[in-house]
Write a protein that binds this ligand. Structure first.
Ligand code: SF4
Length: 246
């Protein structure tokens, strides 16, 4: 046990290896922690000096890859940008809730990314293309501001009751990304996008509970983008049914 709590922290980590055990359990570790130590730094300390079997994901260490999203002291956080000195030196860490656990803090994101692919996460250019480059004005670009900051960490997805109860629902991250491309001035398949989003498992399954907005570690507001797409989908559907609205 470390003596001076100002230079140390205690991490209780929910461990689970489905190959070896049937139930998850907590294991506790004492680590050195200065004012600059992040949760990810502490996980590395444990991995390197105490328990080589601890599993967690990380990549950029700069809060831009989304790999290290976890549930830390009851909040969705990125381990790489969470300072232990700011959250208290007794830290409880769980994998993203409501997600299948592969091992320890690593969850299975297969379904999350399958749903992401459904919304065609790329610009499908307007036809015919311009003779030179695509021009996008600052005003046009401002429509997709914020939505381009999503790092696909899956925190919002993990927090969404509509995902928990409707396994095929696209979820807040995929819909936010759909907004990012639907609102892009260079994109030419709004009708197709609206059709996918208007389907049974699309945006109408969102009940505006705002868990996604609270969960997002990048301070985005997926619920706002979903609401905006609901308005667009309604307008496009009306236009298709009542041609003189064009
Ligand atoms: S909207 Fe926020 S919480 Fe959801 S995937 Fe993107 S960055 Fe993560």
């Amino acid at each position: 046990m470390m003596k001076n709590k100002r230079d140390s922290a205690t991490l209780a980590i929910l461990r689970y290896d489905p190959v070896k055990s049937t139930e998850p359990h907590y294991e506790t570790y004492d680590v050195k922690a200065t004012k600059d130590t992040t949760v990810l730094d502490a996980l590395f300390q444990i991995l390197e000096t105490q328990d080589h079997s601890l599993a967690f994901r990380y990549s950029c260490r700069s809060a831009v890859c989304g790999s290290c999203a976890m549930f830390i002291n009851g909040r969705y956080k990125l381990a790489c940008s969470t300072l232990i000195s700011e959250i208290g030196r007794d830290v409880i860490i769980q994998p993203l809730p409501h997600m299948p656990v592969i091992r320890d803090l690593v969850v299975d994101l297969t379904t999350f990314f399958e749903k992401y692919k459904v919304i065609k996460p790329y610009v499908v250019p307007i036809n015919p293309p311009p003779e030179k480059e695509w021009i996008q004005s600052p005003k046009q670009r401002s429509k997709i501001n914020d939505s381009t900051d999503c790092i696909l960490c899956a925190a919002c997805y993990s927090s969404c009751p509509s995902v928990w109860t409707g396994k095929r629902y696209l979820g807040p991250a995929a819909i936010l990304q759909a907004y990012r491309f639907a609102a892009d001035s260079r994109d030419g398949i709004l009708r197709d996008r609206v059709e996918v989003l208007g389907s049974e498992n699309g945006l109408w399954r969102c009940h505006t509970i705002f868990n996604c907005t609270e969960a997002c570690p990048k301070s985005l507001n997926p619920a706002r983008f979903i609401e905006s797409l609901k308005r667009t989908a309604t307008k496009e559907t009306l236009k298709a049914r009542i041609p003189f609205l064009h």
